[in-house]
Design a protein around this ligand. Sequence first.
Ligand code: AHM
Ligand code: MG
Length: 337
Amino acid sequence: MPDSTEQQPPRRVVTDNLVSLQSFILEEETRYPGASGDFSWIISAISLAAKIIAHKVRHVRLQNVLGEDGTINVQGEDQLHMDVIANEVIMRVLGGRGSIAVLGSEEEEQPTILRRGHEGGKYCVLFDPLDGSSNLDTAVGVGTIFTILRNDPKIHGAVETVCQAGHQQVAAGYVLYGSSTVFVITTGRGVHMFELDSSIGSFMLVQSNIQMPASKKIYSVNEANAEGFPEGFQKYLKWAHQNGYSSRYIGSMVADMHRTLMNGGVFLYPPTKKHPNGKLRLLYEANPMSFLVEQAGGASVTAAGQRTMDIVPSQMHERVPLVLGSKNEVAAVVAHL
Ligand code: AHM
Ligand code: MG
């Protein structure tokens, strides 16, 4: 037995621990007694898919995967090679995870049922495989957006299963393939950011509990559509012009939202002549971003001023006009609507 009076070496306190996405999620799961580890398997699959897509995105020219695929998706949009590749990668990686019941993608008309009823499957995953892909030919940042929902085995249809209000999300996040590749996630306990260290193949924690500034005089909108915006949005823009606001618009939602999350401001996609319900899809674009923004202290509403995450969807690909970002900036838009 060591003598307890013996002098111990000084205890070292490490405050700048290196934490991978994998270990962060495993740690999160230990907070839920009886957790099976299924959830961390799904996040680990998404991170694997993200690494494969990040590699492809970085080499689109060398691998000759720029340009159109010659196919059209359910939204009537021309699919690019990279849309199809990113979708296939996520489908193949997530398809092997036993805890997933249903997968839904922007690129596919119907949700894919992996297992039902007695076959199990606790979760559904919905995603936009490569948001902003039309920017790839100019090497602008693009991203993958995802949301994880619970599967209710009592609901029979796959579409009905995934048509859940945003406040029911279990987790949501995005991966931005920009000048660096970052993975931003919330499980309802803050927003955390990981950066891909490709030399070791891991996403490493670089910022936890991200909080966005409550105010920042920046709006992000495709202002070329302004004539078709409802009057309230036009009034807001006029007010912003008169009040010293700056404009930033990349045209790639993940990149625009990442800047908004980190620096503050407001991102808008109002109804336009071409898209009377806005362009962005509720289930796999608006809801995940809204969950992240609310967790970071911001707000997200529709053109009618309703909380985005309270909308009960009726279709997997439905669109919603969107206003989200810093709390006070969203309030300033709403005041004009
Ligand atoms: P996508 O999912 O087909 O790539 O379209 C969504 C993208 C968003 O990334 C971006 O915010 C928006 O379209 C830009 O639209 P617009 O060119 O009308 O401004
Ligand atoms: Mg998209």
